[in-house]
Write a protein that binds this ligand. Structure first.
Ligand SMILES: Cc1ncc(COP(=O)(O)O)c(C=O)c1O
Length: 248
C-alpha cells in the first residue's frame, strides 16, 4: 500500500498525484489518499486513478465542526468489488462504529453547501496568505495558491482551487502561542474545515509527541501557526491577524 495526503498537514506540501498513480501501478501497490485538507470541492483523487480516498467528514464536508464522521471512497480494479462492504461489515457492524442518524443528517445538510463554502473559503485564504506574506513579523507562508509555494504550479494543475488551509511562521513557539491566543475572531483549536476560522500550533499540539529533530526534518517549525479559513468577512479576519501580530 502507498499512502499519501493530497495537501499535507501542516506543511501544505502538495503530492504529485499522477506520478504516484504510476508508481503504485508499477509496484502493484494499492494507492490510498487522505483528501481531508483539500475536500472533494477542491480535488477529486479518484478521477486521477487513486484506488481509495479517505475523507474526514468532520472537517470541510460537515463544514460546521459539530459532527464526527468519515468517508472511504473507491473506484479500483485492484480491490475486490465488495471491498467497501467488507470494511462496513468489519468496522461498522462488528465494532459498532456507524454514524448516528442525527450525525448522518448533519453531514447531509453540510454537504449541500460544500462547494459554495469552499469557493469563499479559498478566496479568503488567498487574501490572508497575501497579507501574511507581506507582514514583517511573518517569516514564511505556505499556501498552495501563493506564488511563493514550491508546488504552486502543480497545485494549479491538479486542484480546482488552492484550498482553505494555510500555514505561516513567526519567530518561535512563544510568539506563535501569543498570536493564536490574541485572535478574537478566529478560534484557537485543533479542528478545521468549519465556517469559523481556526488556528492550531503544529509543534506544540498535533506533533508534540515527535522529537524536535524529526519535526525539523518534516519541515515543521516551532513558530508555525496553521489556519483553517472560515466564512468570516475577509477584511475582518485580516484585521484580526494584524492585531494579533502587533502583540509579538
Ligand atoms: C488530514 C486528516 N485526516 C483525518 C483526520 C481524522 O479526522 P476525524 O477527526 O474525523 O477522525 C484528521 C483530523 O484532524 C486530519 O487532519
Amino acid at each position: 500500500m502507498l499512502y499519501f495526503e493530497t495537501i499535507a498537514n501542516p506543511t501544505m506540501k502538495v503530492s504529485p498525484v499522477a506520478p504516484l498513480v504510476e508508481l503504485a501501478k508499477e509496484h502493484e501497490l494499492i494507492l490510498v489518499c487522505d483528501n481531508t485538507f483539500a475536500s472533494p470541492a477542491v480535488m477529486r483523487p479518484l478521477e486521477w486513478g487513486v484506488d481509495l480516498v479517505i475523507e474526514s467528514a468532520s472537517k470541510f464536508i460537515g463544514g460546521h465542526n459539530d459532527v464526527i464522521g468519515g468517508a472511504i471512497c473507491m473506484k479500483s480494479e485492484q480491490l475486490a468489488d465488495d471491498f467497501l462492504e467488507q470494511i462496513r461489515w468489519s468496522t461498522m457492524v462488528k465494532w459498532g462504529a456507524p454514524l448516528s442518524p442525527f450525525n448522518a443528517w448533519l453531514l447531509l445538510r453540510g454537504i449541500q453547501t460544500l462547494e459554495v463554502r469552499l469557493q469563499r473559503q479559498c478566496q479568503t485564504a488567498s487574501a490572508l496568505a497575501d497579507f501574511l506574506a507581506g507582514h514583517d513579523k511573518v517569516s514564511q507562508v505556505w499556501y498552495p495558491g501563493h506564488a511563493s509555494h514550491p508546488q504552486h504550479e502543480l497545485a494549479a494543475a491538479q486542484m480546482d482551487s488552492p484550498g482553505a488551509m494555510l500555514t505561516f511562521a513567526v519567530a518561535d513557539s512563544e510568539s506563535a502561542l501569543k498570536v493564536a491566543d490574541s485572535l478574537e475572531l478566529a478560534a484557537f483549536g485543533a479542528s478545521l474545515g468549519g465556517v469559523r476560522t481556526t488556528v492550531q500550533i503544529p509543534a506544540t499540539m498535533a506533533f508534540l509527541d515527535i522529537s524536535s529533530q524529526e519535526r525539523l526534518e518534516m519541515g515543521i517549525l516551532d513558530g508555525m501557526v496553521r489556519i483553517s479559513t472560515g466564512l468570516e468577512d475577509p477584511e475582518d479576519l485580516i484585521a484580526d491577524f494584524a492585531a494579533a501580530l502587533t502583540g509579538i
